[in-house]
Write a protein of this length. Structure first.
Length: 115
């Protein structure tokens, strides 16, 4: 039996495919943080507001703000930071400006929806 014939067998092709799949999965894992859900970002926003002495947000405001942040141009890493609710984590200046502009632009609308 020659080498070419062995490589054509199903088991040999599967064995060759496994390392390729492992490489693809490991490269995908290096892509940074996954985009969090609106619920995760909303909980993080609520935590940040409480930690900074802002008290409770009216019902629906944090979800509305989270949805606005998710629609913005924020990176997955910055959104993940919001989702963690940790205001001590560093967010790049350009991303912080996007977040601030998004929140300021959405706050009135979000507050009106909660009434």
């Amino acid at each position: 039996m020659n080498i070419d014939r062995k490589l054509r067998s199903t088991s040999a092709r599967l064995l060759l495919a496994i390392p390729a799949a492992a490489i693809a999965l490991s490269l995908a894992a290096c892509g940074g943080a996954a985009r969090p859900s609106a619920d995760q970002v909303a909980k993080g926003v609520e935590k940040m507001v409480k930690d900074q002495g802002g008290g409770e947000l009216p019902a629906g405001v944090s979800t509305c703000l989270a949805e606005a942040l998710l629609k913005s141009d924020l990176s997955n890493d910055s959104l993940a930071t919001f989702a963690k609710g940790n205001s001590d984590d560093k967010i790049p200046t350009t991303e912080l400006k996007i977040a601030t502009d998004t929140i300021n632009g959405s706050l009135e609308k979000c507050a009106a929806q909660s009434k």
